[in-house]
Design a protein around this ligand. Structure first.
Ligand code: SF4
Length: 392
């Protein structure tokens, strides 16, 4: 350790901050930071160790360990599902200054423990004041410590235009969490949040800022829904997701299965089935990456997806069993309707069929991982493929 007054101060300050980080532990376990949210989840909010603040996150820059934490676990709002809601006695309240957090990130980065930061917060003295603290932390991280790692910042309800713009300049990604798909559902989950003014408009504003500054490198936006606590349907969630992909340029929508937290108003509500969350992600990718419309999704009953089949296969069962798609003549958009065919496989099929006739399902093994998924729904040069697939 180098000597000198400043460094000695640092040596005294950092363990204190790291201890506080350990007290927070996995507080952000239900707030994804990267592109594979299901792989980030490790459990309920219960752990209190520094290791629990670090999560391996898949980001646009690759997979990396990220410090996930909060400016404060105190909050003046009372969202019904949240362990940090005002008045919940069981929650230990821990607060950091921006300097403390920035310094801790620098220390952990230099030690090789983390390559990025995800920063959330409870709300104290309003969204604007809290957002200032999040932005101040990122300013110190980027300017004083010249940190170039991945930074994902939460945008607080009620933040202002200039704060949003600055956060987008400092971060790689920003989250504005809608929590629910409609104002009525939000009132049942988080009565002090305003659906349109505080949340939806901010997502649209982020898209507007990107349009106003086309040559600047600005953070992409994501949002999150709490799924399954207040009667929300897949149709509601996916209709809004589709609109947000198209109108707000969202990078990703997170669907976080509701899980009851004791000492909250929803403590006796059953946990959401994680399979429903998985089906929502599958449908969401069809909307975002496969050019599907909400109307294409095979909802049943009151507007939910089947749990026993992935949505693409459920659609194919209804639409392709009797009228399969010929791989030799189909358009790209039709190929993307076939179970097991993603954008890369569709492009490979288009490429290879210019050179050769696809007549045998064995030829597809070079193009896709599981051609047997596609077999019931395709024609090869006008014929149904043989159902018995070669083993090698
Ligand atoms: S504003 Fe955020 S931290 Fe506060 S109670 Fe609601 S969800 Fe929890």
């Amino acid at each position: 350790m180098p000597d000198g007054g400043g460094c000695q101060m640092l040596v005294r300050a950092i363990p204190n901050t790291l201890e506080k980080l350990a007290q927070i532990g996995d507080a952000t376990a239900f707030e994804p930071a990267g592109d594979l949210p299901e792989s980030e989840r490790r459990g309920r909010y219960q752990s209190h160790s520094l290791a629990e603040c670090i999560t391996n996150v898949t980001t646009p820059r690759g997979k990396m360990p990220v410090l996930k934490t909060m400016i404060t676990t105190a909050c003046e709002r009372n969202c019904y599902y949240c362990p940090f809601r005002a008045g919940r006695a069981k929650t230990k309240r821990v607060t950091f200054t921006p300097d403390e957090l920035a310094s801790a990130l620098d220390q952990m980065g230099r030690a090789g423990h983390v390559d990025g930061m995800f920063l959330s917060s409870g709300i104290i003295k309003g969204g604007v004041t809290t957002q200032d603290k999040i932005i101040d932390t990122a300013e110190i991280v980027r300017r004083k410590y010249r940190y170039r790692g991945y930074v994902h910042l939460k945008i607080m309800p009620g933040s202002e235009y200039d704060q949003l713009y600055r956060a987008m300049q400092l971060a790689d990604r920003i989250s504005i969490n809608l929590e629910a798909p409609t104002q009525a559902r939000l009132e049942a989950l988080a009565p002090k949040k305003e659906f349109t003014r505080e949340l939806l408009n901010m997502l649209m504003l982020a898209a507007q800022i990107r349009r106003e500054h086309p040559h600047e490198r600005l953070a992409g936006s994501v949002t999150q829904f709490v799924v399954g606590a207040v009667g929300d349907t897949d149709l509601e969630l996916l209709s809004l997701s589709s609109r947000l992909y198209q109108q707000a340029g969202l990078k990703r929508v997170y669907y976080s299965s509701f899980s009851p937290v004791e000492q909250t108003p929803l403590e006796n509500v059953a946990a959401n089935d994680p399979l429903r969350e998985h089906r929502l992600y599958q449908a969401s990718f069809l909307l975002r990456d496969y050019a599907w419309e909400v109307e294409d999704l095979p909802f049943v009953g009151e507007g939910n997806l089947r749990l026993d089949l992935d949505p693409k296969r459920a659609w194919a069962e209804i639409n392709l069993r009797e009228t399969p798609i010929d791989l030799m003549t189909a358009e790209r958009s039709q190929l993307l309707r076939i179970p097991g065919v993603g954008p890369k496989t569709a492009d490979a099929i288009l490429r290879i069929r210019r050179q050769t006739h696809l007549t045998d399902i064995g030829q597809l093994r070079k193009l896709m991982r599981a051609p047997e998924q596609a077999a019931p729904y395709i024609l090869l040069d006008g014929r149904r493929p043989a159902q018995q697939l070669p083993l090698f």
